[in-house]
Design a protein around this ligand. Structure first.
Ligand code: AHR
Length: 353
């Protein structure tokens, strides 16, 4: 037992040292490491570290794929650049990992590198955002949110709220996510659809806040200078909402739900604990969840493949709707009814991210 612990500790040191050089192009680090144990090697290309959600997602992967559980995880932070992610995948292929897990920054531009992974016989699991590839056999499974459904629910909540309160003019600005990412594409599209289909909603402007607090604040400041009639802000993630709230309050305006009397109402996505705390304070009206805990589901997919089975192609996580106001109790989307979760301190405490 003691010996095994020593071997694991040595392997862990070597893994750490080799992870950093694997990305800079060393050729034989992972295979060297394989000689130390029979662990399953996984190369994970992560988008970056732009949001609380992303931090929780990375943590979920790292805490699932541990050496104690039989894995060697090679984690690469793409730092918001597709070219970094492509280079990391090529490196994983060269190192002959057993599986590649990719959280793609944007949907397009993956055909070539995923074909290389397929040619090398390495299964690819896509997490979080989707890839838009010609040949869908380039990846084995997708694990993540049904972004379209979540955005439809959110837009329908807004519509129901406006109807219930008899509000004829919602003048909306959209702080978008990274352009070309699934989260941005679907959230933007569903807001645009809602604005074209409902006469009570007008989309004044949309601009990317790159899923960060700083950029979210900057874009909100610009919107406030340009439009004096904004009463709804659709933020495509919580970090942008944090920045937008700061900008609104610094401009002397009030964040809240009483939009007939001058409040600016915020809708957001993710439902991280800091976001839910703002829901409790009535500063975010609706926070639509985007569940970041993908690690155990990716592990389930890998175990299926290891057992010679074919895993499900699309595995969607559950994404709830969180509010404090009870005006809208549920929304009906695609014939299904979705209840609104009323945020409590217990929900926030148990969130863990
Ligand atoms: O793709 C998921 C999105 O990316 C989350 O909503 C956001 O917070 C993250 O950065």
């Amino acid at each position: 037992m003691k010996n095994k612990a020593i071997i694991l500790a040595i392997a862990s040191c070597i893994t750490l040292a080799l992870t950093s050089c694997s990305i800079s192009g060393s050729k034989n680090d992972i295979s060297d490491n394989n000689e130390l144990n029979d662990n399953i090697t996984i190369g994970f290309s992560q988008v970056g570290a732009e949001s609380d959600w992303r931090t929780a997602n990375s943590k979920s992967m790292k805490s699932t794929f541990t050496e104690e559980k039989g894995y060697n995880l090679f984690f690469n932070d793409g730092q918001q650049k597709q070219e970094n992610q492509i280079a990391a995948i090529r490196d994983f292929i060269q190192q002959k990992v057993d599986y590649i897990v990719l959280a793609p920054i944007i949907e397009k531009g993956w055909d070539e590198v995923l074909q290389e992974a397929k040619d090398a016989g390495i299964p690819v699991i896509i997490v979080d955002r989707m890839v838009d590839v010609e040949d869908n056999t380039l990846y084995t499974s997708y694990v993540g949110s049904d972004f379209q459904l979540a955005a439809e629910k959110s837009a329908e909540w807004l519509n129901q709220y406006l109807i219930a309160k008899n509000i004829a003019n919602a003048n909306i600005v959209n702080i978008q996510g990274n352009i070309g990412s699934t989260a941005q594409i679907k959230r933007t599209k569903e807001l645009q659809n809602a604005c074209s289909n409902n006469s009570n909603m007008t989309l004044l402007a949309e601009e990317t806040g790159e899923f960060t607090r700083a950029k979210g604040k900057e874009i909100m400041e610009e919107f406030l200078l340009k439009y004096d009639n904004i009463n709804v802000v659709w933020c495509e993630n919580d970090n942008e909402a944090f920045g937008a709230i700061e900008a609104i309050e610094q401009s002397g305006k009030k964040v809240g739900m009483d939009i007939e009397n001058g409040d600016i109402m915020i809708l957001s996505f993710d439902a991280v604990s800091a976001g839910l705390s703002l829901v409790m304070k009535n500063k975010i009206a609706l926070d639509t969840e985007c569940n970041p805990l993908h690690g155990p589901i990716v592990e389930y997919v890998i175990r299926k493949i290891e057992e010679g089975e074919i895993p499900n192609r699309f595995i969607y996580v559950d994404d709830g709707l969180f509010a404090i106001d009870k005006t809208v109790e549920s929304v009906k989307v695609r014939e299904n009814e979705y209840g609104i979760n009323i945020v409590t301190p217990e929900i926030i405490d148990s969130r863990g991210y």
